[in-house]
Write a protein that binds this ligand. Sequence first.
Ligand code: NAP
Length: 418
Amino acid sequence: MNAPLPVEVLKQHLIDPEICIRCNTCEETCPVDAITHDSNNYVVDPEICNGCMACVPPCPTGSIDNWRLVVRAEAYSVQDQLGWEELPQEKPLPVDAAAAGEGGQPMPAPQAESGLAQAAAVTAATPGAAVPPWSAAHPYVNLYTHKTPITATVVGNYRVTGADTESDIHHIVLDFGEQPFPVLEGQSIGILPPGVDAQGRPHHARQYSLASPRDGERAGYNNLSLTVKRVTQDHGGAAAHGVCSNYLCDLAKNDPVQVIGPFGHTFLMPNHPQANLIMICTGTGSAPMRAMTERSRRLIGTADIGKLMLFFGARTERELPYFGPLMKLPRDFIDINLALSREPGQPKRYVQDLIRERAAHVRGLLADRNTCIYVCGLKGMEVGVLDALRDVVVQSGEDWSILHDALRREGRLHFETY
Ligand code: NAP
């Protein structure tokens, strides 16, 4: 009659603030809006999270995949988590709760634990794949963290857009000397800018995609490159000073830079012969496309490389990073389609317009299971690109939803947009 009330145990989903690079992927992916953030941390609301795991595969660092068994009534609140600098230690459960967790009472647990189930959950929530192409090389991730960063040295920093334009985009080369820093095309790194934020805390890392291939910006050297746009305005056009972008763009040769990473285990290029790449990017989203293009170019004559098709959007020719070197690439190596939105005297064009214009060619590549598609750049392009791909497929009487599902399941459609 007076039996104690059962104690409910929760497997609470938490994000490790020491590894998280604040890329917002989890918040965008969560189908029930359980993830939120402030200037300090990304956190999971225990009242909303249903453990569906949709956010886990897309996280480039794995910081999302942390769990603690807690008494539900004592779950860490959003406010608790926002104040954390590190995850709390696992606390022993009270005896009655531990027994409940062992089978006495039902213990809510993540709905989907297997890799396949995770992939299925993410498929429903995001437009891209949660797995890499089958033939991608195995990536290393999180070799260096906020607590154990690696120091690289600047060996090059130069502007790759017209000096008279608003877009101040830099190509920055970092050298790691004798220290191991293995990377693959499509991966990213974190840069720790020096100094502290308005609250007096060290700045968080900022994430940048690699612009160079796995064997170095200069082949055979232990270095890599980044494509960084100096941020002087916020998204609304008001004046704003980008902490990390300004730091990077102002670096001089021989300056030391604190780096963490590498990150990313899905946005990777295929390694098998005859694999085709459709690369769709805007502005500095061209970084991973440069890396993949250069990897393929270095393989010419030694491997059976497939077709490369590039859709590249920029305001004007002079604001398109790497315009000169890109235009020098042989036309039988890469099919280049430039979408210029503010070129004087020309109609405004976006990458999705060009995808529709080149429908027959795109359709041909989509019909080949050796084709992988990569989309990188502005968040706003995601919907437009998906619509254009769907139109191209539907025009030929095929079912886009079937193809879209296959592209995601087979790790052949990848997005990296901010
Ligand atoms: P941007 O110069 O502002 O824009 C590039 C082009 O995209 C312009 O022609 C722009 O046209 C067009 N555009 C705007 N909205 C579009 C839409 N909805 N669909 C298709 N095209 C659209 O680009 P940015 O400043 O370089 O920004 C690139 C983005 O890439 C940033 O969000 C950045 O965070 C992200 N990114 C960077 C890296 C990196 O490693 N640096 C890696 C991944 C992603 P308008 O004339 O209309 O503006």
